[in-house]
Design a protein around this ligand. Structure first.
Ligand code: NAD
Length: 314
């Protein structure tokens, strides 16, 4: 079996490549290295279990050149808020055009395609926790529209290919994921808290810190993505993938400090624009269709993440 992973040099993508290689797949990655890096794939590249093609996933020639594949995992997108807010046009165009390319390749090769969507499609939802049926509340001209509407368009595109019988589609609505290989500068909450705690610098909590998130350790996410690709009956509808354990951001800061055994203080900053107040996946669909349940709790996941940052072996 041969798999294409777009965004394969990134955080989730590289762990997914590890999982695919371990399952015996031949892996080819397309990544423009805008936030990913070849070091994330070092072990796989060294022994030839993965190939990295540095290209834009919007480029039809580069994507078609991946050739015959059995699976396409489409993860390429500017994914962290500072990155997507800094290049909004690139973000929305990547969300649409690169998804179109991935679907066209699946159409041509008969590969099953998993499209990485995001919990951001729910915006500021009226319902909590978020079920796949939750329609979400997104402002098309709001501060995060380039990403939120980009991911919604990617889902609509994937659904259209499935409806037209042109591709065997899976849509993964990924909730906050963390673990080793997150970039320190990606502006996501666990990466910045962990890096600051390790250096003994203050952890800045946005607003009053009462906003919640649910954090999934990356190996659990990879199991979910692989199961979604493999399940014969998962269908083209979206599936939430994440960990339903909900934590307030202030409590998260305290847990990171405790696990890192750090002397860092907590300071409070301005609330982030467009930041949703609560986020928690209803994962019953993933449980029913894929038998998916996260296995790594927050303490364990934080310990592994911090150990990777400091080069410590647990
Ligand atoms: P990441 O930034 O580490 O990975 C994205 C990868 O895509 C990077 O390697 C980057 O270089 C590459 N890329 C970006 N634009 C590209 C383009 N035009 N052509 C080729 N490569 C391109 O982020 P991640 O957290 O691993 O995210 C992977 C996917 O999961 C993204 O689609 C993201 O939207 C989605 N997601 C992630 C999270 C999370 O918490 N990490 C949550 C929801 C959704």
């Amino acid at each position: 079996m041969r798999a294409l992973v777009t965004g394969g040099a990134g955080f989730i993508g590289s762990h997914l490549c590890d999982g695919l290689a371990a399952a015996g797949y031949e892996v080819v990655c397309i990544d423009d290295l805008s936030s990913g890096c070849p070091e994330n794939l070092a072990a796989l590249l060294a022994d030839g279990r993965a190939e990295l093609r540095v290209a834009d996933a919007r480029d039809p020639v580069a994507v078609a050149a991946a050739g015959r594949v059995d699976r396409v995992f489409h993860l390429a997108a500017p994914a962290s808020p500072p990155r997507y807010l800094g290049r909004p046009v690139d973000t929305i165009s990547t969300c649409f055009e690169a998804t179109l390319r991935a679907l066209e390749l699946a159409d041509k090769t008969g590969a099953r395609v998993v499209v990485a969507s995001s919990s951001e499609v729910y915006g500021e939802p009226d319902e909590h926790p978020q079920r796949e049926e939750t329609l979400g509340r997104v402002d098309p001209v709001g501060p995060r529209a380039c990403y939120q509407e980009g991911k919604r368009a990617a889902e609509a595109l994937a659904t259209s290919f499935a409806g037209a019988g042109r591709a065997d589609v899976r849509i993964a609505r990924i909730f906050n994921t963390y673990g080793p290989r997150m970039r320190e500068d990606d502006g996501r909450v666990i990466s910045s808290f962990a890096a600051r705690a390790v250096r003994g610098e203050p952890l800045e909590v946005a607003g009053d810190g009462r906003q919640t998130r649910s954090f999934c350790y990356v190996t659990d996410m990879v199991r979910g993505l692989l199961a979604l690709a493999d399940a014969p009956n998962a269908g083209a509808g979206p599936v939430n993938l994440g960990n339903p354990e909900e934590v307030e951001i202030l409590a998260l800061a305290n847990r990171v400090i405790a696990v890192a055994d750090s002397s860092s203080e907590i300071v409070f900053g301005a609330p982030a624009p467009g930041d949703p107040t609560r986020r928690k996946p209803d994962t019953s669909r993933a449980r029913r269709l894929l038998g998916f349940a996260p296995e790594i709790d927050l303490e364990t996941g934080l310990a592994h993440t911090l150990a990777a940052l400091t080069g410590r072996v647990l």
